[in-house]
Design a binder for this molecule. Structure first.
Ligand code: DQA
Length: 154
């Protein structure tokens, strides 16, 4: 019997998320990006997902990676950082590749400044998880595992 290949998920973190751990820990927590990615790798393994993690401070690089996901990934988890609130280019890229994409925010952007309440990316997101810190990324992976038909029971 053929064994189904593990669904592949690309996890993208946007600007300033490389500074997790030291950046406004009262808002974003004390876990570093390396901690967060390690937790995601662990959960992805349990869920039967292949996971690749990337972070960039550059909008164009994120656009390139989203475009490249077509054909190399089955789903996306994305925390676009501040680009959430400004980037039509990320929205267009997500719409162009048309992959299941879960938008994640560590903080609850609706409890914060007005300018954070709008998300362009949400217009292309399959679902949005916010305000739950690092746990939100793990929930996003669970949602994708269920949606992409991972062979492991979620
Ligand atoms: C963030 C929220 C954004 O408003 C902010 O610019 C970030 C992080 C979050 O994860 O809560 O960089 O996306």
């Amino acid at each position: 019997m053929a064994v189904a290949a593990a669904p592949r998920v690309l996890l993208l973190n946007g600007p300033n998320l490389n500074m997790l751990g030291t950046r406004e820990p009262e808002v974003y927590g004390r876990a570093t990006l390396a901690d967060l990615e390690a937790a995601c790798r662990g959960r992805a393994g349990e869920l039967g997902l292949g996971l690749e993690c990337r972070q960039s401070n550059h909008e164009g690089e994120l656009v390139d990676w989203i475009q490249g996901a077509r054909g190399s990934a089955d789903g996306l988890v994305i925390n676009p950082g501040a680009l959430t609130h400004t980037s039509i280019a990320l929205l267009d890229a997500l719409q162009a590749v048309a992959l299941p994409a879960v938008e994640v925010h560590l903080s609850n952007i609706h409890r914060r400044e007005d300018f954070r309440h709008r998300s362009y990316v949400s217009l292309a997101a399959t679902g949005v998880i916010m305000g739950l810190g690092q746990h939100g990324y793990l929930l996003a992976l669970e949602a994708l595992a269920a949606r992409l038909g991972s062979q492991v029971e979620v």
